[in-house]
Design a protein around this ligand. Structure first.
Ligand SMILES: [Zn+2]
Length: 435
C-alpha cells in the first residue's frame, strides 16, 4: 500500500513539474489549449482524491466525539436479534461499521452523553452505566468488527487486525456525583476522557451555554476532579466549559488536555462554545489538541444567524396562525408543514472545516489539531461533503489540496490525540508507582 502512495507522490510531482513548465514564459513547447489545461487540472484532482482515499485506509483515523450511544438509546436499541445488526449497517444516523470502514475511521470516541436534566433527577450515574453497557455490549456482540479502545496500544493493535476500536469519552462529569472515587470507577469501566460539563453548570464547573455562572470556573470539588482525572489517566476535555473554567483547567492540569469537539471562535464571533485565539494559543503551549466540530453552526457565524432568523420566522408564524409555541403539543406537525413549504437548509462545507484547521495551525501549530465531528450529535447540520463517517477521505483530499504533507495529515488524523492520550497514561502510571 505504501508503494502505491509513493507512486502517486511521484505522479503528483511530475504533474506539478509539468504545470510549472507550462507556465514558464520562455518555454519552447506548444502552449496547451484551455480544455487541455482543464483536463490536467481534472487529472490532478483525481490523483489527489485517490491519494486521500489511500491515506484514509493506511493511517489510523480517530474522531473525538461520536454520539452513536445516545442515538441508539433514543431508538430504544437493545442487544436483541432485532437490533443487533444496527451498529454494523443501518440507513439511520451518521455512523455504522460499514461506513466507518469506507471512510477509514478506526477509533471514534463513543460519547457517553448525559443530558443536563439527569444532573437534577439523580440518575446521571445510572444513565452513564447504561450507555457504557451498550458500547461494551456492541463490542462483545461483534468481535470481528469492533474492539475495545482502552489504551493507545490497544487501538494500534486493533488497527492492525482491521477492527474499529470504540474508545469512550463521557460527555458531562455529572455521573461522578459528589464522590471522587467515581473517577476511578469510570476509568475502570473504560472512560478515557471526561467533558467536565455539558449545557448547564454542574457540580464540577460552569458551562459555556449557561448564563448562570455559579463557580466562576471550576468548583472546589471540580479542582479535585481534575486532579483525580490526571492521577487515574482520564483526559480532561474542555469542550462545553466556560472560558474561566478553561483557563483554570489549563493552570491546574498536570497533563495536556483535549477539546474533543469544538471549533474556532474567529468564524463564529461571540460563540463561547468555540475556542478563542488566546485559548488556542494556550492549549497549544500546554501541548493539547482541539478536535474540530463539523456542525455547520460551529463553523459559520453567518449561517448561525440565518438559521436563527428562520427559526424565529417559524415561531412567529406558529403563534399567529396556530396560537402555539414550538414545544407545544401538535406544534411539530405544523412546523414540518411550514418547512416543507418554505424549505431552507443551512449547510456549511468541507472547505470551511479546513479553514478552521488552517486557523488552528496558524495560531497553535499543526501539532494541536484533530477531528471531533460530533456525528450523530448535530442533527441535520452537517456540512456538504462531510455527511457521515464515510466522508473522511473528502476532508483529507481538501487538506492535500491546500498543501498539507502526509506527515501533517497523520498528526491531524491520530498522532496529536495519541500524544495527549499517551501523556495521560504515562502520568497516571508514574503517579501510581509513586514516581
Ligand atoms: Zn457536545
Amino acid at each position: 500500500m505504501k508503494n502505491s502512495i509513493c507512486f502517486l507522490t511521484v505522479l503528483l510531482f511530475l504533474f506539478s513539474a509539468c504545470s510549472k513548465k507550462i507556465n514558464t514564459p520562455l518555454q519552447t513547447e506548444r502552449i496547451p489549449t484551455e480544455p487541455e489545461g482543464m483536463k490536467q487540472a481534472e487529472s490532478l484532482d483525481v490523483l489527489l482524491q485517490e491519494q486521500a482515499r489511500q491515506l484514509s485506509k493506511n493511517i489510523i483515523i480517530t474522531d473525538g466525539h461520536i454520539d452513536l450511544p445516545y442515538r441508539l438509546k433514543i431508538q430504544n436499541f437493545k442487544l436483541t436479534k432485532e437490533f443487533i445488526g444496527i451498529p454494523i449497517e443501518t440507513d439511520k444516523g451518521d455512523f455504522d461499521h460499514k461506513r466507518a470502514k469506507e471512510g477509514g475511521l478506526d477509533a471514534p470516541f463513543m460519547s457517553i452523553y448525559i443530558p443536563a436534566s439527569k444532573q437534577v433527577d439523580g440518575t446521571a450515574k445510572l444513565v452513564a452505566d447504561t450507555l457504557i453497557d451498550m458500547v461494551t455490549g456492541i463490542i462483545d456482540a461483534h468481535p470481528k468488527h469492533f474492539g475495545y479502545g482502552r489504551s493507545v496500544s490497544e487501538v494500534k493493535a486493533n488497527f492492525k487486525k482491521g477492527l474499529v476500536s470504540l474508545p469512550m469519552g463521557m460527555e458531562n462529569g455529572a455521573p461522578v456525583m459528589d464522590d471522587l472515587d467515581n473517577v476511578n470507577y469510570f476509568h475502570k469501566r473504560g472512560i478515557r476522557y471526561i467533558t467536565l460539563t455539558h449545557s448547564k453548570v454542574n457540580q464540577i464547573c460552569d458551562s459555556s451555554y449557561d448564563t448562570i455562572r455559579t463557580w466562576n470556573g471550576l468548583s472546589p470539588f471540580g479542582e479535585k476532579v481534575v486532579e483525580r482525572m490526571n492521577e487515574v489517566g482520564i483526559m480532561v476535555d474542555i469542550s462545553h466549559v466556560s472560558d474561566s473554567t478553561f483557563y483554570q483547567v489549563m493552570k491546574l492540569s498536570k497533563v495536556p488536555c483535549i477539546a474533543s469537539h469544538s471549533s474556532v471562535r474567529k468564524f463564529v464571533p461571540g460563540f463561547e462554545r468555540n475556542m478563542s485565539d488566546d485559548m488556542l494559543k494556550i492549549l497549544g503551549e500546554k501541548d493539547g489538541v482541539i478536535q474540530i466540530n463539523f456542525g455547520s453552526t460551529f463553523l459559520d457565524g453567518d449561517l448561525q444567524k440565518e438559521r436563527e432568523a428562520y427559526h424565529s420566522e417559524i415561531r412567529d408564524w406558529l403563534k399567529e396562525n396556530h396560537k402555539l409555541s414550538p414545544f407545544d403539543e401538535g406544534a411539530k406537525e405544523h412546523i414540518d408543514a411550514y418547512q416543507k413549504e418554505h424549505p431552507k437548509k443551512f449547510y456549511s462545507d468541507v472547505e470551511k472545516v479546513v479553514d478552521h484547521i488552517d486557523h488552528v495551525v496558524k495560531i497553535a501549530g499543526v501539532d494541536h489539531v484533530g477531528f471531533g465531528s460530533d456525528y450523530d450529535g448535530v442533527g441535520d447540520t452537517l456540512p456538504t461533503g462531510l455527511k457521515d463517517v464515510a466522508s473522511y477521505p473528502n476532508l483529507i483530499y481538501v487538506l492535500l489540496r491546500r498543501g498539507y504533507s502526509t506527515e501533517d495529515i497523520e498528526k491531524m488524523c491520530y498522532k496529536n490525540v495519541f500524544r495527549v492520550w499517551k501523556a495521560a497514561e504515562d502520568y497516571a502510571k508514574n503517579f501510581n508507582q509513586g514516581g
